[in-house]
Design a protein around this ligand. Structure first.
Ligand SMILES: Cc1cc2nc3c(=O)[nH]c(=O)nc-3n(C[C@H](O)[C@H](O)[C@H](O)COP(=O)(O)O)c2cc1C
Length: 364
């Protein structure tokens, strides 16, 4: 049930049907009660549950007769000693406040479950304590009968707000409350054609590119970190614009899936922690690219040129590196798995813990 509906439909209920409440239902009510805030989170409440008819019969003479007719009566107590001994007399009101909040939560949960209840302050304190052997540290603050309402109960009147509240100082009127700048919305390009586009000094963090044609696009000082590219086309084709792209794009943390980067040039791009899945980098030129920690899965690098690429700690899985040329790259600690590296030209590359280990494992 929506909170507003529960607030509006709750009624102090004083007549109940015969329907009993199961342990699971009782525990839902108790759970709601104990979700209430409490001073220092000391949860100074304690609930004795009278679901047993014979036990409820002991309420006779202690409170109004109708109370025992509820299928469940909670004896709501406060463990006053704990909180007051910790904070002294200034905490006197805390246990009462804690239990009041817990009871309201319980009543709202009851409304949510189609049940009703009533806080009872009129009961004989001493007799009630004795009848149920309530220990000294638990002081009863209220009784709380709960059950299925026997009939509809009209809402009680509420005093107008002006009678029970007033403002001390100014108050913002409607529309004046939120002075924060609206948060930037995520940039999304879907099934768009952006050929020969020039992205310059653009912040495209977290942007989404899905099914976008970016062939011939040029990137200069663009932040595309954590962007997601799906089925995008970065192929510059004939009209390459490597120079324009130089030292440009920050792709760190970006995800590329099904992206065609064939013959694309990412010169000086930062691709740390980026993920490339099912991408074609065929004949693409990656110069001085930082891909440390990147994950490359099912990549086609056939004929690609990786020069000065730093792939420290990268993972390359199920990729075709056939015929690719790898020069002055650092692949230290790179993890290669199921890659086709036949015909791969490795020149001046730090392959200590990567390609050598891979070849050795393959030979075994
Ligand atoms: C602290 C407290 C003590 C109450 N004690 C009694 C009580 O002894 N007997 C009773 O019939 N109702 C009792 N009530 C219920 C109120 O009469 C009831 O909340 C009030 O009339 C408003 O009606 P509503 O709860 O249906 O909105 C008590 C409520 C509170 C909060």
């Amino acid at each position: 049930m929506e909170l507003q509906k529960a607030l509006e439909s709750r009624r102090s209920t004083r007549a109940f049907t015969e329907r009993k409440l199961t342990r699971a239902e009782i525990e839902k009510l108790l759970r709601a009660a104990t979700l209430a805030p409490s001073a220092c989170n000391m949860q100074s409440w304690y609930f004795y549950v009278l679901a047993d008819e014979a036990e409820r019969a002991k309420l006779k003479g202690i409170c109004a007769d109708w109370i025992a007719s509820a299928p469940v009566v909670f004896i709501v107590c406060t463990d006053r000693n704990g909180i007051v001994s910790r904070f002294g007399s200034r905490a006197e009101k805390f246990p009462v406040q804690d239990t009041a909040l817990a009871m309201e939560n319980l009543l709202l949960k009851a409304a949510d479950m189609g049940l009703g209840g009533c806080i009872i302050g009129a009961y004989k304190q001493e007799e009630c304590t004795k009848a149920f052997n309530i220990p000294e540290n638990h002081r009863i603050v209220a009784l709380l009968p709960v059950g299925e309402p026997a009939r509809e109960i009209p809402a009680t009147e509420r005093k107008p707000l002006a009678e029970v509240s007033s403002y001390i100082g100014a108050v913002p009127e409607d529309g004046e409350a939120d002075t924060r700048k609206p948060e930037a919305k995520q940039t999304q390009f879907r099934h768009t054609s952006l050929p020969a586009a020039l992205f310059e000094g653009v912040n495209m963090r977290d942007a989404v590119f899905d099914g976008v044609d970016m062939s011939n696009a040029a990137f200069r000082d663009v932040d595309m970190s954590n962007a997601v590219f799906g089925d995008a086309d970065f192929d510059p084709g004939e009209d390459e614009n490597i120079e324009e792209a130089e030292g440009a794009v920050n792709f760190s943390g970006a995800k590329f899936c099904g992206v065609n980067m064939a013959t694309a040039a990412f010169d000086g791009a930062v691709m740390t922690r980026s993920r490339l899945n099912h991408c074609s980098l065929e004949e693409s030129v990656l110069t001085d690219v930082r891909m440390a920690g990147a994950k490359l899965y099912d990549i086609d690098l056939d004929g690609g040129d990786l020069s000065g690429v730093n792939m420290v700690g990268a993972r390359i899985q199920c990729s075709n590196l056939y015929g690719a040329s790898v020069k002055n790259c650092c692949f230290a600690e790179t993890h290669l798995e199921n890659c086709d590296i036949d015909g791969l030209t490795i020149d001046d590359v730090n392959v200590k813990e990567a390609i050598e280990a891979y070849l050795k494992a393959k030979a075994e």
